[in-house]
Design a protein around this ligand. Structure first.
Ligand code: SAH
Length: 456
């Protein structure tokens, strides 16, 4: 019997999907954050449930050769980089195993079709081009940082090693400005009793252009000392092209509200992926690791196997980034995306890049694509890049009807990917190859791009 608050000497026999170590006592699993497979640890049990428990490392007795001392001083408190204690090779091995596990257990497919992850050639730090940091108050002190794991407690961060340095600087300047002027951060004092006005600070930086966007998210348009905020940012931060006040009065966890007021400069910043130039607004989805995005998109383009004569559907197209990549080598591409603002950006991006063989639609892929099929538009290749919950079954069924030669599936969740691959296999497709790409080093997230081919 495992008991709460007791200490046990445990062998780590497996690695969980979020990178946690798993020990087993007579088959009963104990999850231990920060422990590596092969290690022996002394752990204190923090939570006991019917079919599993959680423990905390007190001492590592046998240390894995794959362990690396986390570079970040906030590693233990912050919920962000849950696998920073693995060296980079081990991180890639871990992601590889995770994909193989999902593909075989959930998808019923062979592990042999999963390639080794493509990791970052440069240092796997400072890669994020966008950060959204909550602003709060802890023990009367203003804090800006990240949420602690599984909580709404904000950890104050002066430095975050996976975000662009400019974000550290903007966050620290913002904190000083709030303290000096005594402005209240937004808190939910009980469920229905919101107080304060400042919610988040968001920073975006174009990787190739160096253009910086600073977005202050507040509950109201009337933020005191906002002129001073603008001046502080402009005086101290290089490359600022846009300062925006985003108004979000809602009592939700959603970070951004719908209304954006441009306080300085342009409504958007620009950046490149490959040779394409993109306009990025506060609300647009744009991949956050620009170096690895090119790796991912080039792989998607390779898997699409285009010769210039094909009609392509790009479902879940966001601001049309993959769409533009595909347009280089196809006759016509149809992009479909749920968020209207993203499609407004996508159309802008078409103009910006003088591309004329793309058409965009706003709506659900599972509704628009069946309509395109009804209108007798035949796709030779379909690309899907859904959010974590994967593709809607209606979309997969529609794909089964139109029977394109190839499908390229870009996924940010190996579990839902594996589920969908199984469905597509049953609809006459063969999963040829799965390529994980490490878009989010130091975290347990795994991105994959998959090539499927119609069985003859
Ligand atoms: N392919 C893009 C965006 C991928 S993120 C890129 O690489 O940048 C997934 C996108 O799917 C988001 O933009 C989200 O708004 C959109 N989305 C979510 N559900 C959708 C649905 N049912 N139909 C169409 N788009 C959807």
């Amino acid at each position: 019997m495992i008991e709460k608050n007791e200490e046990y000497i445990l062998e780590i026999v497996a690695q969980g999907y979020e990178g946690e170590g798993i020990a087993k006592v007579e088959g009963y699993p104990i999850f231990i954050q920060g422990a590596l497979i092969g290690e022996c640890v002394r752990a204190k049990i923090t939570k006991v449930k019917k079919s599993y428990a959680y423990g905390r490392i007190e001492e590592i007795i046998d240390i894995s050769k794959d362990r690396e001392e986390p570079k970040c001083t906030n590693y233990k408190r912050c919920g962000g980089c849950s696998i920073q204690h693995m060296n980079y090779k081990k991180q890639l091995d871990f992601k590889w195993d995770r994909v193989k596990d999902c593909v075989s257990k959930i998808g019923g497919l062979s592990k042999d079709i999963v390639n080794y992850p493509l990791g970052m050639d440069s240092k796997p730090y400072r890669y994020r081009n966008k950060v959204q940091l909550p602003i709060g108050k802890v023990n009367g002190e203003i804090v800006i940082g990240f949420y602690a794991p599984r909580s709404h407690n904000i950890i104050d961060l002066n430095v975050c090693l996976i975000q662009d340095k400019v974000a550290d600087n903007v966050a620290n300047l913002t904190k000083k400005w709030i303290k000096k002027n005594n402005i209240e951060p937004f808190t939910l004092d009980g469920e229905f009793n919101p107080k304060g006005i400042l919610r988040h600070i968001m920073i975006r930086r174009g990787f190739k252009t160096g253009e910086v966007m600073v977005v202050l998210v507040a509950t109201t348009e009337k933020v005191p000392y906002i002129e001073e905020f603008k001046e502080i940012i402009l005086e101290n931060i290089e490359g600022v092209k846009s300062i925006i006040l985003n108004v979000n009065p809602n009592n939700t966890n959603v970070i951004l509200g719908e209304k954006c007021i441009t306080l300085y400069g342009d409504d958007t910043i620009q950046d490149y992926i490959g040779d394409f130039k993109f306009n990025i607004s506060p609300l647009s989805f744009f991949q956050i690791n620009p170096i690895q995005t090119e790796v991912l998109y080039n792989k998607a383009l390779e898997y699409a196997g285009l010769t210039g004569n094909e009609t392509v559907f790009d479902a879940y197209c966001g601001a049309g980034t993959i769409t533009l990549f595909l347009s280089q080598k196809s006759k016509k591409v149809y992009g479909v995306e749920l968020i209207e603002q993203a499609i407004i950006n996508a159309k802008d991006n078409l103009k910006e890049n003088n591309v004329d063989n793309v058409e965009f639609f706003v709506g659900k892929s599972e509704e628009i694509i069946p309509k395109l099929i009804e209108d007798n538009i035949k796709a030779d290749v379909i690309v899907v890049d859904p959010p974590r919950k994967g593709c809607d079954i209606k979309l997969l069924e529609a794909i089964g009807k139109v029977k394109p030669l190839r499908i390229v599936y870009v996924s940010c969740d190996p579990s839902t990917l594996a589920r969908d691959l199984k469905i597509l296999e049953n609809q006459g497709y063969q999963t040829v190859e799965i390529q994980p790409v490490d878009m989010f080093p130091q975290t347990s997230h795994v991105e994959c791009v998959v090539k499927l081919q119609r069985k003859l």
